[in-house]
Each structure stands twice: as structure tokens, then as C-alpha cells.
Design a protein around this ligand. Structure first.
Ligand code: GLU
Length: 480
């Protein structure tokens, strides 16, 4: 049997990390088993439709290399793959259930239902549809339909007994039928409800394994009653644990840090995000932590999926991202860093040098403008910065250092790393100073701060001759 899985997002917003992980595990499961990964857009709930959300889904899946085998844009043998384009497919299935006594027409109006709901509330009960219309005679049903009365079609849930299913991760899940509502399958406008369309689509698309968030765990017994009513083979169910913000709260859309694209904007690499998300709820059974998509496909198995929720730890993600940044080639690093150089107001003229001083210390790319903040503008600094025990400097020594450095650098024919390096270190040797005693004051004068990526020489190159000489003189003036 060929494995067929699907990712079935509702286009109601941006791509949440939880959705991303559902998609990822579904994809990995299909690929690890030589099967098909199908993309289906579940847009029955037009009121919640967010324009642009479908594009975000396409863009996200594509950008991380999760290409679907069948889907809205590429078609396939089971199309269409957008529920709104399948809208005429569902009614005949509901009618089939009516004929079998597993569903029925319901003419109760909103007002009638509201009144009954209110009565139930008065009695302190939760309202459950009371099967009022189940008992209408076939003749009356036909007459009312013919008269053009609006109706819905409801599932006829048995009054007693149990509805259940077996989940690969959660085991046997059973609910008492008495607790289940006769849910609406077809709405008054002829459109299917989300619950009904989901079941019909999974069956008619030949889905063998349904993988999705555990918020559907409690609805699945109800779905299975429909499979039974049709006499269809049920898919294998694998419900996934949620991603948590902390021990008691789900990572929710309201947290403001739950979306894939937010992390891209925060300077994380998509490969690192995917790698990290893959490990939130799955482990390879060994110590490995770094995976490409191909490696994930090879390593993935349901046995490694966790039954307890994973807590999202942004520090761990940041650590992992830093590892990914370090593994980039300098050229790749530059490609990612360019927009941040621009934001920092730093020219990319010395991109190789920038990569050399930044790559090892960049955890996320958004840190770059702050690391380079001293380049476009010399910060206002205090002469106390010239004091450094380890480098054996203080303002007095610094004054001397800057004097001789200015004279020597001024005389340099070319403003390049090697001659600047040789000049400064030559001066240190001549003066019988530690290199640090020479370089510290120069770096402070050039950068106006103590912590900088790169040292005095690299900073001098980034600033250029003119600006470097100006800043050295500013430093000397401060010390005079
Ligand atoms: N459309 C549902 C959602 O976006 C997914 C339901 C399913 O996978 O069965 O939450």
C-alpha cells in the first residue's frame, strides 16, 4: 500500500510554528516511507479566510524544500485540492448517509435552536441537538424541502454506546456517544461544514495516514462514525502533541513569536528553524542534533515522536542558529548579512573583512546593526575607556600611543591591512610595549567602545583612511 499523507491547512493566517511542524512531520513520514505528500487547502470557513494566507503556505513549504506531490497548483489524480472548488462533491455523500439512516434533514430555525439552548442553560445543561427533526416522517421532509424550507443535514449519532479509534501516539481514544452532538454536515447554503469536508476529502483523496494537531483528538471518534456509516476503511491516525510556550501554555498565535516568518525577520536561518522545530517532539534515538532535510527524511520515524508536549526554547533555537551561521561559507554569510549592513549604514565594500569579523559572533543576523553601530558614527565616549589592565594602558599611555600612531599612519602610502598591521606592531616593538598596549588605545579611539567585532586594524580598514585619522585625532584631543 502506498503511503499518502496530507497537510491540510486552513488559510486563516500566517504559518504558525505548530503548523510548520505538523507539515514537516507529515512530509517526513511520507518521504521516509516512499509515499506521497499532499497539500489540501481547507477553506470551507470563508468567514475566517485571510487573503494572502494561501501564498504564505506555498512560500513557506517551498522555501524549506517540502515540495508536495499533489496540490492546488500542480494538480494530481484526486483534485481539486482546494475545498471551495470541491463544494459540489459533498452533498451527494450526505444524501447517501440520509438514505442509510445515518444522517437526517433538520429544519430547526436559528430562533428555535436559540430558545432551546436558553432553556438548557436554565436547567444548567449544555445544549445538545435533541434529534427533533430525526423523527419527522419522510413525507413531511419531502414536503418541506419541496416548499423551499431551508434545511441542514445532521449526522445521526447513536444515542448509546461508544465511538472510538486508536491513535498511534495516544492509544485508544473513546467517547460516549451520549456526549456527542448531531453535528451539521451540510449547512443551509448547501456547503459542507469543515468536519464533514475533512472526512470526505481524506477518504476520496486516498489518505492512508492522518497526521495533525491533537486538538482534533476529541473530534476523531465522531469522524470515525462517518467512516463506519459509509463502510470506508479508516486511515491511521497520528495526532501530534502541541508546542508549548511553558509547562502550561501552548505557544499561541497571541504570543507574537509563534510564526515562521517572524523568525526569518528576526534574522534566523530557515534551515535552523526547521532543524529546531523537527526536534520539538521527535528525536532520532541518538545524540545527533543537526539535520538537513534529506537527513531528516532518513532519520524520521514515528517511534521517535514524543507523547509529551515539547517546550519551545528560543535560546536553544538561537544557539542552533549560531551553529548554522558558523557553517555558512563567507559568501553565503555575506548574502544573508547584506540587508543588515544596509540597515547599519555600513558599506559592503569590505564584505570579506566583515564576514571574517562577524560570522563567528553572529547568532542571529539582526544583531549585526548593533555590532556595527560605531561605524557610521563615532559614539560619544569617556576617556576612561582607554584604561585597560590587561593591555596595560591608561589615559596617559594612550595619549602617547595615539600621538605616535597618528604620525606613523599618516605617513603610510597605502591604507591596507598589512601595512597598518606592520606599522602599529613595529611601533610597539620599538617602544618596548605589549602589542595590546599599542592596539587598545587605537581601537578605542576608532570605535569609541570597548566591545567591537574585529580589532583596531580591521576597524581602520572599515572606516577608511580619512575617517580613521579623524577619529584618532578626536581621541588624542580628548586625552590632551
Ligand atoms: N484544516 C485544519 C487546520 O488547519 C487541519 C485539520 C486536519 O489536519 O485534519 O487546523
Amino acid at each position: 500500500m502506498e503511503v499518502r499523507t496530507r497537510f491540510a491547512p486552513s488559510p486563516t493566517g500566517y504559518m504558525h510554528l505548530g503548523n510548520l511542524r505538523s507539515a514537516l512531520y507529515t512530509y517526513l513520514f511520507a518521504k521516509a516511507n516512499g509515499g506521497k505528500f499532499i497539500l489540501r487547502i481547507e477553506d470551507t470557513d470563508q468567514a475566517r479566510f485571510v487573503p494572502g494566507a494561501v501564498d504564505v503556505i506555498y512560500r513557506t513549504l517551498k522555501s524549506i524544500g517540502m515540495q508536495w506531490d499533489e496540490g492546488p497548483d500542480i494538480g494530481g489524480d484526486y483534485g481539486p485540492y482546494v475545498q471551495s472548488e470541491r463544494k459540489n462533491m459533498y452533498l451527494p455523500y450526505a444524501e447517501q448517509l440520509v438514505k442509510a439512516g445515518k444522517a437526517y434533514y433538520c429544519f430547526c430555525t436559528e430562533e428555535e435552536l436559540a430558545a432551546r439552548r436558553e432553556e438548557a442553560a436554565k436547567r444548567g445543561e449544555t445544549f445538545k441537538y435533541d434529534k427533533h427533526c430525526l423523527h419527522l416522517s419522510p413525507e413531511e421532509v419531502q414536503r418541506r424541502i419541496a416548499a423551499g424550507e431551508p434545511y441542514v443535514i445532521r449526522q445521526n449519532v447513536p444515542e448509546h454506546g461508544e465511538a472510538s479509534f486508536d491513535d498511534v501516539l495516544y492509544g485508544h481514544i473513546a467517547v460516549d456517544c451520549a456526549d456527542l452532538d448531531d453535528m451539521i454536515l451540510i449547512k443551509a447554503d448547501g456547503m459542507p461544514t469543515y468536519n464533514f469536508a475533512n472526512v470526505i476529502d481524506d477518504h476520496t483523496m486516498g489518505i492512508t495516514h492522518v497526521m495533525r494537531g491533537n486538538e482534533y483528538l476529541s473530534s476523531t471518534p465522531k469522524y470515525n462514525l462517518l467512516y463506519d456509516a459509509f463502510g470506508w476503511k479508516k486511515p491511521v491516525y497520528i495526532h501530534m502533541t502541541p508546542i508549548m510556550r511553558d509547562a502550561t501554555h501552548k505557544l499561541s498565535k497571541r504570543d507574537g513569536d509563534a510564526y515562521f516568518e517572524d523568525y526569518l525577520n528576526k534574522g534566523y536561518l530557515k534551515e535552523a528553524i526547521v532543524n529546531y522545530v523537527a526536534l520539538l517532539g521527535w528525536n532520532p534515538g541518538d545524540e545527533r542534533e543537526f539535520f538537513t532535510m534529506d537527513e531528516l527524511i532518513k532519520a524520521f520515524s514515528v517511534d521517535g515522536m514524543s507523547k509529551s508536549p515539547a517546550i519551545f526554547d528560543v535560546n536553544k533555537l538561537t544557539w542552533m542558529n549560531a551553529e548554522y551561521v558558523r557553517r555558512l561559507t563567507p559568501e553565503q554569510f555575506t548574502a544573508y548579512a547584506l540587508p543588515y549592513y544596509e540597515k547599519a549604514g555600513v558599506s559592503a565594500e569590505h564584505a570579506d573583512l566583515l564576514a571574517r569579523i562577524l560570522q563567528q559572533r553572529t547568532e542571529v543576523f539582526t544583531q549585526i546593526p548593533e555590532m556595527l553601530d560605531f561605524i557610521p558614527r563615532l559614539p560619544d565616549y569617556d576617556v576612561e575607556l582607554f584604561t585597560n589592565k590587561k593591555s596595560k594602558t591608561n589615559p596617559e599611555i594612550a595619549k602617547h600611543v595615539l600621538e605616535i600612531a597618528i604620525a606613523a599612519l599618516d605617513a603610510l602610502p597605502a591604507w591596507e591591512e598589512q601595512p597598518i598591521h606592520d606599522t602599529l606592531l613595529g611601533l610597539a616593538e620599538k617602544e618596548g610595549m605589549k602589542n595590546g598596549t599599542m592596539l587598545w588605545p587605537v581601537r578605542i579611539a576608532l570605535a569609541g567602545k570597548q566591545v567591537t567585532p574585529g580589532g583596531a586594524i580591521e576597524i581602520a580598514i572599515l572606516l577608511g583612511r580619512e575617517e580613521s585619522m579623524r577619529r584618532l585625532k578626536v581621541g588624542l584631543e580628548k586625552l590632551s
